[in-house]
Design a protein around this ligand. Structure first.
Ligand SMILES: Nc1ncnc2c1ncn2[C@@H]1O[C@H](COP(=O)(O)OP(=O)(O)OP(=O)(O)O)[C@@H](O)[C@H]1O
Ligand SMILES: [Mg+2]
Length: 478
C-alpha cells in the first residue's frame, strides 16, 4: 500500500467513525508516521506543540484500533493497515460469492410490494420473515451515479454500528433523497419494518404517530403491548425495541422555523423533538433516517464514536459522476467540463437545470462559463431563494459580506465588515454551516461560486435588506 492509499483508508475509517474527514494535523501525523518521523519532528513541521501532536495521535490510534480489530500504534500503523486491507479483500470475496444466486433462489427475502406473483407463490415460507414495507411515498430512482463512499458509510453506521438517528443534510438538489432511496433499496431486507414518510406537508405529530403505530401493529408479527395499557409514545418505542425498523423522514426542514437559526422546531411540530430525543437516547434496535436541508438541534455533527446519532453532510457528485450525468443528458463534451462541474459544486440538479437551459436556448457549453459569470437557471434561483428566505437576519448579514469577497474571509474580517457582535457571528456561522451554505477551510469562510453569484445578484437587485445594526444581538419576537 502506498502513502496515498494508506491515507485514503485511514480517512475512510475516521469518517465512518466520526462523520468527519481527517483534518490537516491528523493527516500530518499519519504522513509523518509513514515517513518514520518522530512526534517532535511532526510538531516542528506543522508548527504546533509536541503535546498537541501526541494528543491527536492517541485519539487517531484509538479510532483506527477499534475498526481494524488490533491495537494500532505509531510503530505498527503501516503493517496494521496492510493486514486490515488484506482481511477486507478476503471478506469482500466471501460476501460476493455468498450473494451469487447459484441455485436460482434469491438470497434476500422478497420485497412484498415489488415482487411478482410467481415470487409470492414460490416463497410463502419466506414471507413470514419478510420485511413489512410502506414505500409508497418513496420517489422512483432515476439514473444514479457513484455515491459508493456515502453508501458504505451509511451502511456501516446503520448495520454495523446500529446508530439510532442519522441526519442526511445538504443544500437543495445535491442528491439527499436519491442517496436515501438507493440506501433503502440496498438495506431494506435487513429490517423487519421499513417505512418512508414524506414531510413535504408535515402531519401534526399525533397523526404521524398514529400512522407509524398503525403500520407497526401488524398482528402477524405480534403486538409487543397487546395486553398492556401504555401511552402511545412508549408504545412506539416498544415496537422499535422489539423489531428492527427503518423509518425514513424526507424533507425534514418543513418541521423547522424560517427566519431563525437552523433546526428550531415550529411551535406546532415541537412534539417531533420528543420523539427524536427518545429515539436517540433510549435503548432499541431501530434507525430513523432524517433527510433534509437542516437537522434538528438535538443532533449535532460534533459526534464521537460512542454516540448513536450521526450527521452526514451530502456534498456534490465527483467529477467522474458529473461527467456521466452531463454526457447522458446530452451536453457537448469539452475540456472545461471539469471546471463547470466544480463551479456548480457537482450538484446534480443544478447541472441538469443547466443542461436544460443550454439546450432550450440553443447555447453551447462554452457559453456557460463566459466572463466568469455563471448561468443561473430560474429553477436554481427559485430554490436558492427558498434557502435565503429561511435564514435568520444575522445569517443574511454574514452572507452579504461573504458574497462581496472574492477570497475566503476570516472571523476578524467578518467582524470588522459586518459590525455583528462576536457571539452572534459565531452562532450565525454555526447555523450557516449546518445548512451547508458556507464552506470552511481552517478559519476562513466562503461561499460556493453559484451561491456567491446568486447573492451578489440579490444584492444588486436590492432584495437583501441592508443590515439593521440597531437590532443586532436582539432577537426579534414580533
Ligand atoms: N447520484 C446521482 N446520480 C445521478 N443523478 C442524481 C444523483 N443524485 C441525485 N440525482 C438527481 O438530482 C436531482 C436532485 O436529487 P434529489 O432530489 O435527491 O436532491 P435533494 O438533495 O433531495 O433535493 P431537495 O433538498 O430539494 O429535496 C434528481 O433529479 C436526482 O435524480
Ligand atoms: Mg429531497
Amino acid at each position: 500500500m502506498n502513502l496515498e492509499e494508506m491515507l485514503k483508508f485511514a480517512d475512510e475509517i475516521v469518517f465512518s467513525k466520526t462523520g468527519r474527514h481527517l483534518d490537516d494535523l491528523q493527516e500530518a501525523v499519519l504522513k509523518g508516521t509513514i515517513q518514520r518521523e518522530t512526534y517532535k519532528q511532526i510538531a516542528k513541521n506543522f508548527d504546533c506543540s509536541e503535546s498537541r501532536v501526541r494528543e491527536i495521535s492517541s485519539e487517531l490510534w484509538q479510532i483506527l484500533s477499534e475498526e481494524v480489530g488490533e491495537e494500532v500504534r505509531k510503530t505498527n500503523f503501516q503493517s496494521a493497515m496492510e493486514r486490515w486491507q488484506h482481511s477486507n479483500i478476503l471478506n469482500f470475496a466471501q460476501n460476493v460469492s455468498g450473494s451469487f444466486n447459484i441455485c436460482g433462489e434469491a438470497r434476500h427475502q422478497p420485497d412484498i410490494q415489488n415482487s411478482n406473483s410467481f415470487d409470492r407463490e414460490t416463497s410463502n415460507s419466506q414471507l413470514i420473515n419478510a420485511p413489512y414495507q410502506d414505500l409508497s411515498e418513496m420517489p422512483e430512482l432515476g439514473n444514479f451515479y457513484n455515491r459508493a463512499s456515502e453508501l458504505n458509510i451509511l451502511e456501516t453506521w446503520i448495520l454495523k454500528q446500529h446508530c439510532h438517528l442519522i441526519a442526511l443534510t445538504g443544500i437543495s438538489g445535491i442528491g439527499k433523497t436519491a442517496l436515501a432511496v438507493k440506501l433503502v433499496q440496498r438495506i431494506k431486507n435487513e429490517f423487519d419494518y421499513v417505512i418512508w414518510c414524506s414531510l413535504n406537508t408535515p402531519p401534526k405529530f399525533l397523526e404521524f404517530q398514529e400512522r407509524l403505530l398503525h403500520f407497526l401493529s401488524n398482528p402477524e408479527k405480534g403486538d409487543p403491548s397487546e395486553s398492556e395499557i401504555i401511552p402511545k409514545k412508549l408504545k412506539l418505542i416498544k415496537y422499535l425495541q422489539k423489531y428492527r425498523c427503518l423509518v425514513v423522514l424526507d424533507d425534514l426542514q418543513n418541521l423547522f422555523c424560517s427566519e431563525d437559526f437552523a433546526g428550531y422546531y415550529k411551535q406546532e411540530f415541537q412534539d417531533y423533538h420528543f420523539l427524536f430525543e427518545n429515539v436517540k437516547d433510549l435503548s432499541h434496535q431501530s434507525c430513523f433516517l432524517l433527510v433534509g436541508w437542516e437537522h434538528p438541534r438535538e443532533i449535532h455533527s460534533n459526534q464521537n464514536i460512542n454516540t448513536l446519532f450521526r450527521v452526514l453532510k451530502v456534498t456534490g457528485l465527483d467529477v467522474k459522476a458529473g461527467r456521466e450525468l452531463l454526457f447522458n443528458n446530452g451536453l457537448e463534451e469539452l475540456d472545461s467540463w471539469e471546471f463547470l462541474i466544480e463551479c456548480y459544486q457537482g450538484n446534480p440538479l443544478w447541472l441538469k437545470n443547466l443542461v436544460t437551459l443550454v439546450q432550450e436556448v440553443g447555447l453551447s457549453t462554452r457559453d456557460c462559463l463566459q466572463d466568469d459569470i455563471l448561468l443561473l437557471p430560474e429553477e436554481v434561483k427559485e430554490s436558492l431563494q427558498q434557502h435565503y428566505d429561511r435564514l435568520a437576519q444575522i445569517e443574511k448579514q454574514i452572507i452579504s459580506v461573504l458574497a462581496r469577497e472574492s477570497q475566503a474571509v476570516n472571523r476578524e474580517k467578518l467582524l470588522d465588515s459586518s459590525e455583528i457582535l462576536l457571539s452572534d457571528l459565531i452562532n450565525g456561522l454555526q447555523s450557516l454551516s449546518r445548512r451547508c451554505i458556507i464552506q470552511k477551510t481552517k478559519n476562513n469562510y466562503t461561499l460556493s461560486s453559484v451561491l456567491k453569484q446568486f447573492f451578489v445578484n440579490l444584492q444588486e437587485s436590492d432584495l437583501i435588506t441592508p443590515p439593521s445594526y440597531s437590532k443586532l444581538g436582539i432577537k426579534d419576537n414580533s
